[in-house]
Design a protein around this ligand. Structure first.
Ligand code: 6AU
Length: 519
């Protein structure tokens, strides 16, 4: 391990925080004397502090601007994968986890680490305590036994989950669901870090006691006391937690979960005519691909539409980036959309007062409402924007809808959890006109009629464009982020042969959707 894992400077005394007192209450053994409890508590506290400092030293705790698994942004990234290069620390952590939690766990016939980071930790505990281990595959094997859980499964026996970090608890719950399917009894999870974003609460709802060695703020207190983070970073993390203190899991498992419902079934439940039509179109055409045709000339726009038309459910335009975008061009687009069965989404991102938006939407140079089935709208100005779009579409008498922007794919955007919540509330208040949300994580998981439009998708090694855009793979967008309609721009338009590329994206995206609904 060398110098890597040693403290930088002498260990500093750590100030006890309220959070610690709370933590130690759960660690106390009911049967012990007060003296023993206090001394054990002090011992845990110093071990936890030691481990947190070492984790910082080896780069397991990073500070900056990160996108975490849920798609949310965070000033701190807890990446405990690095511990595999530091076996002494890994051993200490596994020992601490077990010593800390085991006295509060009634029964443990087996252990199961959540893949992948927690697997070696579970292995160490298993070997030391001589408790059998189970491994849950992320995907079932396509050959041989096709088993999802490896190891001896004895239905009725108890299995304890081992996890490194818990945020909303969704990863633990996925593992729990698979173990319970096998008849195992799962009531406890031992976790190193609770990111304080509702994880333990969500687990409790599913009958799981979460024994977390440390919370995010406890870690911050320790690092502050060691001089490893300053007041500013402490405040940043505090503000982030306040902003993201939402106990709704991003992937709820008990509620109706639209991820696993087919587009056909969701169409039946959609209150907005356009989202109903769109979901039906997607099912009929077997496509969840939207191509963003951000091209500079009207002829290029029509050419792209012709080439990708057979493979898409939606063509997304930015009329204001296309020179010579006239109403004749719009008429040609409508014709292509009818011939090739796709919808037109003008990505106008309206963000003004209702009165102005009504004029920008109907009339003016672009007269958007005449030719676009759908538009994008920012929730920032409030409900007036939606009232304007709804009012204009009623005058028109044709089905029209909009996508509200709840989250953005661009780095450093200022959207907060409060903003997302407000946006989703707005969406549910206007069910006739809001066809869905533009977002990066599964919001309104139980609102089956709302379509999730997820941009920021491109295959290949390059994951960003140097101007803030961040790309994920087609599979990540559909499976991890829960996207229904996936927006691909340059991934298709910058390709040598956009038609071939669109077909490839369509095939991959549809396969991911089929996999998702079978999950
Ligand atoms: O695949 P790209 O990066 O070439 O293009 C992505 C497209 C662009 C963006 O204006 C749009 O998706 N977009 C949106 C939308 C659809 O509103 C929101 C967002 O958060 N990120 C994003 O890229 O046309």
């Amino acid at each position: 391990m060398g110098g890597d894992n040693t403290h930088s400077g002498a260990p500093q005394p750590v100030q006890p925080s309220l959070a610690f007192l709370k933590l130690n209450k759960t660690a106390s053994k009911q049967s012990k004397s007060t003296y023993n409890v206090v001394s054990e508590t002090m011992a845990f506290k110093s071990q936890i502090s030691d481990v947190v400092n070492q984790l910082y030293d080896i780069g397991g705790l990073k500070f900056g601007d990160f996108v975490i698994k849920s798609g949310r942004r965070s000033p701190i990234y807890v990446d405990l994968r690095v511990i595999i290069s530091h076996p002494k620390l890994m051993n200490e952590i596994s020992k601490l986890m077990w010593d800390f939690a085991s006295s509060n766990i009634q029964k443990c016939d087996s252990l199961c680490g959540v893949p992948y980071t927690a697997l070696p930790i579970a292995t160490l505990i298993s070997a030391r305590q001589e408790i059998p281990m189970l491994i849950r595959r992320k995907e079932a094997k396509g050959y041989g036994t096709k088993k999802l859980i490896e190891g001896d499964i004895n239905a009725g026996e108890s299995c304890v989950i081992i996890e490194d970090v818990v945020t909303t608890g969704s990863s633990v719950l996925e593992t729990v669901a698979d173990l319970r399917k096998e008849g195992l009894v799962v009531t406890d999870a031992i976790v190193i870090v609770d990111r304080e974003q509702g994880g333990p609460k969500n687990l409790e709802k599913e009958g799981i006691n979460c024994h977390s060695v440390c919370t995010l703020m406890q870690m911050m207190d320790i690092l502050k006391a060691s001089g490893k983070v300053d007041d500013l970073m402490l405040e940043k993390v505090q503000a982030y937690l306040q902003d993201n203190n939402d106990s709704t899991p991003v992937y709820p498992v008990t509620k109706v979960n639209k991820r696993t419902i087919s587009f056909e079934t969701r169409a039946e439940k959609a209150p907005c005519e356009v989202s109903k039509n769109l979901l039906q179109l997607m099912a009929r055409k077997r496509s969840n691909l939207c191509v963003a045709a951000d091209v500079g000339s009207a002829s290029d726009l029509l050419e792209i539409a012709k080439q990708v038309g057979p493979y898409i459910c939606v063509l997304k335009t930015h009329a204001d980036v296309t020179a010579n975008f006239t109403q004749d061009v719009a008429d040609d687009l409508i014709l292509l959309a009818q011939q090739m069965d796709f919808m037109i989404l003008e990505d106008r991102k309206f963000a003004d007062i209702g009165n102005t938006v009504a004029k920008q939407y109907s009339g003016g140079y672009f007269d958007i409402s005449r030719w676009a089935d759908l538009v994008t709208v920012h929730s920032l100005p409030g409900e007036g924007v939606l009232q304007a779009i709804q009012g204009e579409s009623e005058k028109l008498g044709a089905p029209r809808g909009c996508f509200l922007l709840a989250e953005m794919s661009s780095e450093g955007n200022l959207i907060t959890m409060e903003y997302i919540k407000g946006t989703t509330q707005m969406a549910t208040k206007y069910p006739k006109i809001v066809a869905g949300l533009v977002c990066q994580s599964l919001l309104l998981a139980d609102q089956v009629g709302l379509v999730q439009l997820t941009p920021g998708v491109r295959r290949g090694e390059v994951k960003e464009d140097g101007l803030g855009q961040q790309w994920v793979t087609p599979e990540e967008a559909v499976i991890d982020k829960g996207g229904d309609v996936i927006v691909v721009g340059r991934g298709v338009t910058a390709a040598k042969n956009p038609a071939v590329e669109a077909k490839l994206y369509r095939d991959d995206l549809w396969a991911a959707y089929e996999k998702r609904i079978l999950a």
